[in-house]
Ligand binder design. Sequence first.
Ligand code: ADP
Ligand code: MG
Length: 683
Amino acid sequence: MLSLQSNLTEMKGVGPTLAKRLAKLGLIAVNDLVNHFPSRYEDFSHLVSINKLKVGERVTIKGKVQLINTRRSWKRRLTITEALIKDSTGSVKAVWFNQPYLTNTIKPGTEVMLAGILAAGSYGLQLEHPVIEPVARGGIHTGRLVPIYPSTSQLTQRLIRNLIARVLPQVQLIKEYLPTEILKKFNLPKLNRAVYDLHFPSSIEELTIARRRVTFDELLTIHLKSLLARQTLENNQATPIPFAESTKTLVKSLPWLLTNDQKIAAWEIIKDLGKQRPMYRLLQGDVGSGKTVVAGLACFNCIKTNLQAAILAPTEILAQQHWHTITNLLKPHKITCALLTRGQSATSDTASTTASRVKQRLKSGEIDLVIGTHALLQSDVDFKKLGLVVIDEQHRFGVEQRQAIIANRQSAPHLLSMTATPIPRSLALTLYGDLDISFIKTMPLGRQPITTKLIKPGERASAYNLIRQEINKGNRVFIICPLIEESDTLGVKAVTTEQARLQQEIFPGIKIGLLHGKLKGQEKTKVMADFKNGRSPILVSTSIVEVGVDVPEATIMVIEGAERFGLAQLHQFRGRVGRSERPSYCLLMTDSTTPRGLERLQAMTKFQSGFDLAEFDLDHRGPGDLLGEVQSGWLKLRFAELANTELLKTVREAGKLLMAMDNTLKHWPTLQAKVSQESFHPE
Ligand code: ADP
Ligand code: MG
């Protein structure tokens, strides 16, 4: 019998080719397959008789194949397979294109289940491309909540589903790692039960219970990790950084006044910096709320105490942006800044430099402030006396990475994490039990709200007119495209096609830039520069512009296929515009007609603040979310985004209880191992 560790090639029918394809998804052992959870479900649980079929309804029917045959269409290179299915109430036609092999596997007389949607085509009523399976082997692909798995173009859903159905008995071998007291007290099912039901739930209720368990696990692991981290850090000593009076001069030199929230946040940070214990604070603020200057003030105080500061950004583009903003801010104050990323290095006091020179000067203490990407986390980066670390978009770094830069120093640096992810307070407390939190809720004065509009297919022309007008005024326009095919993982094809279409058909006279993740660092920089300086005032991009990117001239954000993005992402995109006093727009292009999809997009038109949207998301969970039709995407967690307030509270209570029983977690080795392996959403 297979064990959870067995290699998948030990399964009958899994040869080298298939094994390779599975390995691409990280599926190597039985255990991987068992933990390969559906990304969504299709509800084919509704079983109806043929005479009750209604156009447009998603259903399963059960009947006998009367006829089945395949013919070739002369018009195109196409084969058409047609079947007539009969039950005691009537019969219905089913059609498939280019699946001639069906005729070999499904013979007349076979009892089958068909799952699909009845369409009214030009040849009358028929089921188009229904999923078909013989009743004898039934109940996997039809007649139920059918799991849809993350996959690649080389692996069909049917194949993955069949494989998982075959290893399901092995689920019994999964060991429970949560203490029974916890399961009982919080009313949680056993893990193996939950795993089974996640794959093949027999009802939404069952799925709900299973989801609650795995969500609990995910949150608990993160929560315990943060509690342990806090425990360790509380023992550390830091060098106190007193308030530098010259901060006031610096603040006065800013071209604008700090907002109240910026002042409060800066004050909370400065108070923390003055302590013997390292600061461990999260600065939460919507995109454009002005976190950078607050971080800049903290760095300034640190440097004035003759300590070094480091700012860590998740991408090259963001690091460069901070480099420009912050060196400008600090220019009058004789502070030496450096930039260090994989592709670039620079210092404020020399015309050119190299990475190894920057590292040397960091070590000797000549450089006061370094701004960089993951490159800063490398072991050969050493500081003379690091006093403060700022981590921008902190959720893009794992707890380990955050700790790596702090660890192994005689005196622990203070830590300021920043995030634009507007997490409701209850979720933040659970995830970041290890951090104190400051909020910047209000936007800088003079900001105009961003007019957000839903654009239906018939209204495109007016949207394009608006774009032309804005460009004539010297403004810039972002256009974001979703992935069009699952195989187009980087969206290269989607943006290339759209850019060509717009260039040729809609805006022939305007230069349109193209940005996607396959471009090299320098190419990206060039594309962004052309966009910023207006040489190509329209930029068609994949979702990589989601992070950072400050182009004050940008006044329109167009999002194609808006219904395909979570509210979190949409909100991040929108934050790319409205960064100046010019009025700006966010145009959500959609052909969605489902009430749920439209309600979500309408929330975008109603709420400007990310916190409001995140709360909306948390409060508006429908069964559709459970089936995974809509991703929310605030945090890129596997399950936890669907957590409700009750569960969040439960997790914190359980965390407290476990830590009180054993604050090393050694009592529960499997749990302990899981917690230590947890790397809260690295990307
Ligand atoms: P984020 O919080 O998204 O990192 P930034 O720090 O990039 O936001 O700030 C966005 C823009 O707002 C920048 O161009 C910055 O110069 C400007 N800004 C920051 N604070 C203020 C303020 N108090 N008043 C006016 N503009 C501000
Ligand atoms: Mg920022």
